[in-house]
Each structure stands twice: as C-alpha cells, then as structure tokens.
Design a protein around this ligand. Structure first.
Ligand SMILES: *Cc1c(COP(=O)(O)O)cnc(C)c1O
Length: 389
C-alpha cells in the first residue's frame, strides 16, 4: 500500500461537479477579477470567522504583509513571533522593513511560549504575531491581555488554523487582524494561491483593501505604495464551494487525529500532539505532528542505518516509513532563526533550544479528510511494528 501525506483527488470526486459549474459561471460572466464570487466569498468568510470584515488577497504571505502595512509597522519596528513556523511568517515582517524577534516555544504544544513574550518586549516592539501552528489554537485571552497592557498590536497567523477556535470564538477574530492562507494544502485550499484577512476594524479593512489594489482608493488615484494582491474570481468560486464544507472536513480530520492518539499512545518513544483544550476550544488538525524521542525502532528496520542524516532518529524513521509505503513530511526541519537568509539577525544554534530540539524530532503523519480508515490502520500498524519490543 502507498499512503500519501496529503491528497486532493478524493475531494474532487465529492465536489467536482459543483466546482465545474461554479467555474463555467465565472468564465461566462467574463469577470475574472473581482465580481460577485469574490464579494460573496468575503462576506461568507467574515461570517465564518465571526468578524465584521474580510478582505481577500493573493496569498497568506500577502495577508500578513498587508496586515503589518495597515498597522503602520515598518523600518525600526520589532514584531515578536515564533521561529517554529513556515518561513513566510518572518518573511512578511522583514519585507515591510521590520525585525522579527523570536521567542522560544512551549514543548507541550509547539506554540510560542507565552511566558517569554513580555521579556522580549523593547521600546521598538509594535506587535505580537502569534502562529496557530498546525491548527492548534493559542491562548488568545492571554495574548490579548499582554498586548493591551503593553500597547501592542496583534496579527494572528491563522494560515493553518481556518476552523480552529479558542473559547468558542474562531481564531482570527481575536487580534487586530487575522491572516489566512488558501494554499492547496491548508484546511480551506484553493486550486492555487489565495489568502484573506479578517478584522472588526472598518478603517483597517478599508486600508488593506486599498493596499491590495495598488494603494488605490479611487480609480487611478493612488494614496499609498501598495501591491497587486487580489484573489482571482475563479479561486473565489472554488472557495465558495469549499467553505460550506469546512466544518465537516475538520470533523473528519479530528476523528483521524483522535484515532492516531488512541492507537499510538502506548508507544513511549513517540510524543503525541496535545489534545486537551480549555472549554470550547478546538484544533483544526491541519497537520498531525508527532515527535520521535529515541531510536528504539532501529532494531526493527530494514533501511540502512549507516546512512548519514542531519537528525538521525527522526530521519531514519521517516526513511523506513517511506520504504513501507507511508509518506510523510517534516514541518519544519530548520527553524526560521537558523535559516541562511536570516544570518544577519545573529541568532545562533542554541538561541532557541526548545524550538531547535523540536525541529529535529517532528514528523507529520498523513492526515486529510478523505484518508480512509484502512489507510490509517496501515500507517498505525507500520508504526506499531517499528516500535515492537
Ligand atoms: C502557508 C503558511 C503561510 C503562507 O501562506 P501562503 O498562502 O503560502 O503565502 C504563512 N504562515 C504559515 C504558518 C503557513 O503555514
């Protein structure tokens, strides 16, 4: 059996006809930029995230850049965030001219350690940029309290967390601005790039809408240096078909996640993702990430254990699973602060010990709504066999 880490094919058999119909409607309308589909998607997305406004754009990265620009964050400013994220989180901060300041993560949930935020605040700090990594919601009450008492803005990176919620409210509705990605592998994925911001602030929504269209509030009248960052009508049409199914898909992801947790909890050498939340909070399970804590599986493998890997235990485990037909991905092998592109920030190995340790141990198991139970059982059986005593 071959198990992919992620697959969109099964989804298309469910919604293919509706997508075809929606796409041909856009083609027939002749309106490829803006129009009805984009407007109705923005309205529906704001409703889903429980904010007053949503503005769509070209990607999750652009959503972050537009959010920071709208908050006037730029040269000389610092933004506190996590180094355990996709590169774009920090890249957005840098591309508006500001400096990312990384705090270490909590080894229990892999999210920014909230006890370290206040120590990282300087007179130049303008904002906190929390990342709901893998779909695990951060404690937004705590973050908003820290922001309020230090007069900081909050931009939530919800790229992996569409459908996650904290104390009964969706993530992306707490901060000044929430930023979402519709990259195909996210919980709500387009057939290409796409993104959106959410906010309750009319002025911020208006500024972001203008920045996304060349800083142009009126045709050919430019008040700002902006961007060309729009969600295509075709992508919006696809997202309209998918958005109404998001909650159902998250329920399916959750079932898969809980099954992994139940089935793998007897293996001491595996650290499972935390699945305990305060009341009315929930994970979106965009990724199911485990940590390989030792190499007790080595006696059961057929892969060549003399190969040289960066992180022997985890990489050897991944190689062996691959050999058995279980394909996995490492999110993320190198923390952002140790990326060559950021050597100017002068972090070194050891700067963020928990982040670095976790990066060397994580591996993401196959999870997507259409993963069949025989496929998941195969993954679980292979892992159990590897850790057989
Ligand atoms: C995917 C992702 C982004 C960037 O989104 P794009 O749509 O790919 O630009 C930003 N942050 C995180 C945490 C992501 O996973």
């Amino acid at each position: 059996m071959q198990i992919p880490p992620f697959s969109l094919e099964a989804q298309i058999s469910e919604i293919g006809d509706e997508i075809e119909e929606a796409l041909i409607k856009v083609f027939r309308s002749g309106k490829y930029i803006g129009g009805e589909e984009v407007a109705s998607f923005e309205k529906a997305f704001a409703l889903a995230i429980e904010t007053s406004y949503s503005v769509s754009c070209n990607s999750g990265t652009d959503a972050l850049i537009l959010a920071l620009r709208a908050l006037n964050i730029g040269q000389g400013d610092e933004v506190i965030t996590s180094s355990f994220s996709f590169f774009a989180t920090a890249e957005a901060i840098t591309s508006v001219g500001a400096r990312p300041v990384f705090v270490d993560i909590d080894s229990k949930n892999y999210l920014m350690d909230l006890d370290l935020i206040e120590k990282a605040i300087t007179p130049r700090t303008k904002a906190i940029l929390p990342v709901h990594l893998f779909g695990h919601p951060l404690d937004m009450d705590k973050i908003m309290a820290i922001a309020e008492s230090n007069n900081l803005k909050v931009v939530e990176d919800c790229a992996q967390a569409a459908g996650a919620y904290w104390r009964g409210k969706p993530v992306g509705s707490y901060g000044d601005i929430g930023c979402f990605s519709f990259f195909p592998t996210k919980n709500l994925g387009a057939a290409g790039d796409g993104g959106a911001i959410t906010t309750n602030d009319f002025d911020l929504a208006k500024t972001i809408r203008e920045l996304a269209i060349h800083g142009m509030p009126k045709r050919y009248f430019h008040t700002n240096i902006g961007y060309n960052s729009r969600l295509d009508s075709l992508q919006a049409a696809i997202l309209n078909v998918k958005l109404i199914r998001l909650n159902k898909w998250i329920e399916q992801r959750k079932e898969i996640a809980i099954n992994y947790i139940n089935q793998l909890s007897s293996i001491d050498s595996i650290e499972l993702p935390s699945n305990t939340f305060v009341n009315n909070s929930g994970h979106s399970w965009n990724q199911f990430v485990i940590r390989i804590m030792d190499n007790s599986f080595i006696k059961n493998i057929k892969s060549n254990s003399d190969d040289v890997f960066d992180n022997l235990n985890r990489d050897l485990f991944k190689t062996e699973l691959h050999r058995l037909g279980v394909n996995t991905i490492i999110y993320y092998p190198i923390p952002i602060h140790l990326q060559p592109a950021y050597k100017n920030l002068e972090y070194k190995e050891g700067s963020l010990p928990v982040t670095e340790k976790v990066c060397s141990q994580v591996i993401s198991l196959p999870i997507f709504p259409e993963l069949k139970s025989i496929q998941q059982s195969y993954v679980i059986d292979k892992i159990k066999e590897l850790f057989k005593k």
